[in-house]
Design a protein around this ligand. Structure first.
Ligand code: C5P
Length: 302
């Protein structure tokens, strides 16, 4: 069943953090297989899409500047891929307000791309549920994190490149997040290229922790129980080469944060805290000229 088309749609593109990320192997296609736990957070970009009389894809970006040409923006690519996949003649204007830092391990661009696909479905009356397979393939071709942002739940366990997703329903009170972008982006490709293979026994032990972390969230265990299970293999190649990320991590630990981890391939580092007042205290200590500090929550509903 196709939905009634709309003239204009405004949609939020929330960022993510990874509470766990182990690299389980290198694939023949050059990508890496992962075991990761994605979590959507309350920091987002905004997209407004409008059908126009003029043919083509018009993209207007404001907010945090992006160092790319319009045609290289992932939102433009997502729109072009949507029109191609569904055989629709493009005639759209997309306004993107950037607030999520780029090169930050927060999936900002990936979320923008997924929001563009969702918004275009609404605009053209394409049923996203019935076209899940097609949209999923378009999303994965745009980037490994894009399929996660097509889903709606707060937490998802991801394997494969991160596109094989199982929703995780967390119970209980969730921690508050202090998120720090240390001011210098980290490009993803070189991080995976610098990664050394890990011992199979170590990976197996980490996968047990991954399952335990998922179970802890599902059963509503307090942060203190699952904080030791947070893990990101990509800290190994990133921290020695990126002093700004190392500094942000040290500051968060020094400020007394109980659980600190880099998100994705960096550059952002986050701390989870039991209370809002602890988070506020830590974020005050973190006020450094180069750092962008965000006090955010897990996003249970987008
Ligand atoms: O898929 P995406 O464009 O986000 O990936 C950026 C780069 O990160 C890829 O070119 C690849 O080098 C690396 N990558 C990987 N394995 C993944 C995800 C990303 O090797 N699962």
């Amino acid at each position: 069943m196709s939905r009634e088309p709309m003239r204009s749609v405004t949609i939020k593109a929330p960022a993510k953090i990874n509470l766990f990320l182990e690299v389980t192997g290198k694939r023949p296609d050059g990508y890496h297989d992962l075991a990761t736990l994605f979590a959507r957070i309350s920091l987002s970009d905004d997209l407004t899409l409008r059908r126009t009389a003029k043919a083509g894809i018009e993209l207007k970006v404001s907010g945090d500047p992006l160092p790319v040409k319009k045609e290289d923006n992932i939102v433009y690519k997502a729109a072009a891929a949507f029109f191609e996949a569904f055989g629709i003649k493009p005639a759209v204007e997309i306004k993107l307000v950037k607030k999520v830092p780029a090169g930050a391990g927060l999936g900002g661009g990936s979320s923008d791309a997924a929001a563009a696909l969702k918004g275009l479905c609404r605009l053209y009356g394409v049923d996203a549920g019935r076209n899940r397979g097609k949209l999923g393939a378009v999303a994965l071709a745009l980037g490994s994190d894009v399929p996660f942002f097509l889903t709606e739940g707060a937490f998802s366990a991801g394997t494969g490149r991160g596109e094989l997703l199982v929703p995780v329903r967390a119970k209980g009170r969730l921690p508050r997040i202090v998120l720090v972008y240390p001011g210098v982006p980290v490009p993803t490709g070189p991080v995976y290229r610098a990664l050394r293979p890990s011992a199979p026994g170590e990976i197996a032990a980490n996968l047990k922790k991954f399952q335990l972390l998922i179970r802890s969230l599902k059963s509503g265990r307090p942060l203190a129980d699952w904080a030791p299970l947070l893990f990101n293999r990509l800290e190994e190649p990133v921290l020695p080469d990126h002093p700004a990320v190392m500094r942000a991590r040290k500051y968060l630990i020094g400020a007394g944060a109980p659980a600190v981890l880099m998100s994705g391939s960096g550059a952002s580092v986050f701390a989870l805290t039991e209370s809002r007042s602890d988070a506020a205290k830590i974020s005050k200590i973190l006020k450094k000229p180069d750092f962008k500090v965000f006090l955010v929550d897990f996003l249970l509903k987008s």
